[in-house]
Design a protein around this ligand. Sequence first.
Ligand code: SAM
Ligand code: SF4
Ligand code: SF4
Length: 340
Amino acid sequence: MSEEPAPPVLDRLGRPIEDLRVSVTDRCNLRCRYCMPREVFGPDHGFVPRDEVLSFEEITRAVSAAASLGVHKVRLTGGEPLLRRNLPELVAMVAGVDGVDDVALTTNAVRLPEFAHELADAGLDRVTISLDALDDAVFRAISDTPVSVDTVLAGVEAAIAADLHPVKVNTVLQRGVNDVELEPLAAWARDTGVTLRFIEFMDVGVTNGWRREQVVPAAEVVERLAARWPLEPVDGRDAAVAERYRYLDGAGEVGVVASVTRPFCRSCVRARLSAVGEVFTCLFAATGFDLRAVLRGDADDAEVAAVLGRLWGLREDRASELRAAEGLTGPRVEMSYIGG
Ligand code: SAM
Ligand code: SF4
Ligand code: SF4
């Protein structure tokens, strides 16, 4: 069916929509304490029933609608996206959408050795791997599973071998938990050739017991790195969020994402689609818009795009700018549900 493309839309703060994060499942094979604490996400937790999860066709239709409004980057996430069966098929479908020029994946890498090549062949451009510690005991304490850090490191190697470049590694630092891992992780990333980004611990969701004292400010991260390896800022943010630095000795770049201490809402061009098809226009929203009802109704493609465009046009989110000293208050969706 050929449809007129919807005109590009800006939200109420003048921000275009460029980037879509798609959560393909709310399930995960790890139980990181700050994301899916086992007490909450245990055997009795009500994960989303399969028939409520968007099909690959529905996701692709949502991506096409978003692309007609200006989205050109799509990131598959979760939960753990590699738990979704036949993920490479979805990668191929999304990579084939007109206007999408970048398909990325965020993963804990546990299953990456199994899938890296297949994903690359299907059209995946890049991968971002989450790794919070190199020390096995610290890694296991955070991820709360028997999986060893070597499994994740094998995933990083698999991504490099499959040419999923640039391979990025994200580390969420928590004071008193893994802040001692900062320098070892940076040294490892410099040797391995991956781009490391330190992310400030955020008050996403309401189950992780976030306290501001646990946040290691990006400025402190840069100071500690510079004390060991001189570096200089690089112009331009990575994916509009990470502040980039270059090591003066030529060992590549490192980044910091200062979501709490230096919010970047003014340049936030990202929408999120949950596994059940809700659109969230901010990571800290309490509720999303039920796009699945539209996708499963009788709307044609132009109508789906128009609905999404109207939603974006009403957007005025800037939660991180408005965050009070003690953090956000009120209900918020969980990170594992919305897709980090
Ligand atoms: N399971 C995949 C993974 O871990 O890469 C993808 C989903 S996970 C929700 C995406 C990212 O969100 C991970 O890098 C994780 O560290 C990050 N994350 C989860 N909770 C967070 C929090 N409270 N603050 C900052 N980052 C968080
Ligand atoms: Fe799972 Fe990723 Fe959350 Fe860890 S951060 S519990 S790997 S979804
Ligand atoms: Fe974007 Fe919301 Fe984060 Fe601000 S708080 S950067 S609007 S997701």
